[in-house]
Design a protein around this ligand. Structure first.
Ligand code: ARG
Length: 576
């Protein structure tokens, strides 16, 4: 159910009937205050201005043509020409009935688009670091949300699997294999990289071999390719464990690393030259962009091929955008990459558009996010200043959650407690990130994220179990609620209206890629449920009809919480 769309349609029809242009916007929004009703239409002022009329008079006329029979119980003009709409309780009751018996909770499938989502994108032979956590978690919530709406989502894990560092990495892997006579686990990728670099800097013979391997790898040498593949495999096997732990939907099949685009790069450089976009400059191939100025105020030069023939990160991203449109047939491409790469993407896409590789009608969207900071407001690091290993972070989350839920459930069997601690601990890390607007930096704080109060995973997971416990207490299965909804109380009406705004919320998340909007909605919903439960007795309702009606509201609340958390990738439990 999309109430906003329904009311927008009705109000704009009425506006058109009194002379507004056919493309006028009703601007129907959820009202900010109860006294303004459930929804408010704000579009009349702009139209009145255009038509040279008094807004209030125009609003009177619109009201005469506005047919909300059966939907609204009251419609009134407010302020300079707003229309306040109060939803009819009978209508709300029917909508709740319809939503609760629909497996999609009344959320319509959208006309399916192919949407490519670029997220996670760790680098080979390096530990996944906190910067990749946000991309992974927020990107995955976005993928789940769009998939729920019926889109064809292509998860693109743009792994950093190419570059000159691979000569050094291959040489070092070889050295380790020789010394250890066999396969190595690369359990500690960060150390592997660091030691490889150290050896490269200190050992000239090693460095020569490493440089030779880069050339051979680029030339397609079989041995080097096999070693390269080994590095990619080891890294992605390890990352896959992290994805699984995080309940992130990425799989090995989603890996579309930088190397995928290698074969396209020479053609792109030649094409950009032929189109007059790229020129030779001091031996390199450069695209000068008027849109960006360098320090001297001249058009900025973006290098796409170095003097030595090597290609750059930008060249790959140009090819990658082209590929996503041409080969994957994307209707929309979302990139979950930290905000420091914004200029890089804008430059690559400016070139992509100029070259006509991706038509303007296909949106390329940078869904950027800020940094993850420690409690002191500085970049999130270990005490000794090193990068925090994601697996260590998750271990700590589960450890802390074990203590937390153990205290609350002293009698819970050990297996159940273990599973619960995992759900709560991992959920807390994810939810903490998801619940904050992604555009700003975010402070990682254990105490906040594991609190049972406030907009946190434990609170939301607990809220869900509380609704379920109502059914347990009533001795009734979720499937055993039979009667019709009949809303009579204010708190019932408020809860029902909010429940029916689930679709509007999902659509907003889908449009902006901002999962915190869903978190805020679910948090609000849980609060409304508490108020309803307190003031509208369910188990001791005055009659059976009322009891059934309220159980149904509780049922839709449970289903909405679960489905909402599911679109975020947050798991729920039956009891905690
Ligand atoms: N591997 C890169 C990094 O760690 C992120 C890649 C993001 N995706 C892209 N298409 N550039 O910073």
């Amino acid at each position: 159910m999309n109430i906003q769309a329904l009311l927008s349609e009705k109000v704009s029809q009425a506006m058109i009937a009194v002379g507004a242009p056919a493309d006028c916007e009703a601007q129907v929004r959820q009202s900010a205050k109860v006294q303004f009703g459930d929804y408010q239409a704000n579009g009349i002022m702009a139209v009145a201005k255009k038509l040279g009329q008094q807004p209030r008079q125009l609003a009177e006329q619109v009201l005469q043509h506005l047919d909300l029979n059966g939907i609204a119980s009251k419609v009134e003009i407010a302020g300079p020409g707003f229309i306040n709409i109060f939803l009819d309780r009978q209508w709300l009751s029917q909508q709740v009935d319809a939503a609760v018996s629909d497996e999609r909770l009344g959320v319509a499938r959208q006309p399916a688009q192919t949407i490519v989502i670029d997220y996670s994108a760790p680098n080979v032979a390096k530990e996944m670091h906190v910067g990749h956590v946000r991309s992974t978690i927020i990107g995955d919530a976005s993928a789940r949300t769009l998939e729920f709406l019926g889109h064809n989502v292509i998860r693109a894990n743009h792994v950093g699997d190419w570059g000159t560092q691979f000569g050094m990495l291959i040489a070092f892997l070889e050295k380790q294999q020789n010394e250890q006579h066999g396969d190595i686990a690369l359990a500690d990728l960060e150390n592997f990289y660091r030691e490889a670099k150290k050896t490269y800097d200190e050992d000239e013979e090693f460095a020569v071999r490493a440089r030779n391997y880069v050339v051979k790898l680029q030339g397609g040498d079989e041995y080097c390719l096999a070693m390269w593949k080994k590095l990619v495999d080891i890294t992605m096997t390890q990352n896959q464990l992290v994805y699984n732990r995080l309940n992130v939907t990425l799989t090995r099949d989603d890996v579309m690393g930088e190397s995928l685009y290698n074969a396209m790069l020479p053609g792109i450089v030649a094409d950009l030259k032929a189109k007059g976009l790229a020129v030779e400059s001091e031996g390199a191939t450069v695209v000068f962009l008027d849109e960006y100025k360098n320090k001297e105020g001249e058009p900025m030069g973006v290098i796409i091929q170095k003097k030595d023939g090597g290609y750059l990160y930008t060249t790959t991203d140009i090819a990658c955008a082209k590929y996503r449109y041409e080969t994957l047939h994307a209707d929309r491409v979302l990139y979950y990459i930290d905000s420091r790469q914004h200029q890089h993407l804008m430059q690559a896409w400016t070139i992509v558009r100029k070259a006509g590789y991706v038509p303007e009608a296909i949106p390329l969207e940078h869904h950027m996010f800020g940094m993850m900071l420690g409690k002191d407001g500085r970049p999130f690091k270990t005490r000794s200043g090193g990068t925090i290993k994601l697996s260590d972070l998750l271990d700590e989350a589960v450890e802390r959650a074990t203590k937390l839920v153990g205290e609350k459930n002293p009698d819970m069997p050990a297996d159940e407690l273990k599973a619960l601690a995992n759900t709560v601990g991992i959920g807390a890390v994810k939810y903490a990130d998801l619940s904050k607007s992604r555009t700003t930096d975010y402070i990682f704080d254990w105490d906040n994220m594991l609190a049972f109060e406030g907009n946190t995973a434990p609170y939301m997971q607990y809220a869900y179990t509380r609704v379920l416990s109502v059914f347990r207490k009533a001795g009734i299965e979720l499937t055993g609620v039979t009667g019709a909804v009949n809303i009579t109380e204010d708190r019932e009406a408020a809860l029902a209206a909010r429940l029916l705004q689930f679709e509007e919320t999902i659509l907003q998340v889908a449009r902006d890629g901002m999962p915190h909007v869903m978190c805020a909605y679910l948090y609000d919903l849980a609060g409304l449920f508490s108020g309803f439960y307190e003031h509208c007795p369910i188990l001791t309702a005055e009659d059976e009809q009322t009891r059934q009606s309220r159980l149904k509201l509780a049922l839709l609340t449970a289903k909405t919480l679960k489905q909402g958390l599911d679109t975020l990738g947050i798991e729920t439990v039956e009891r905690m």
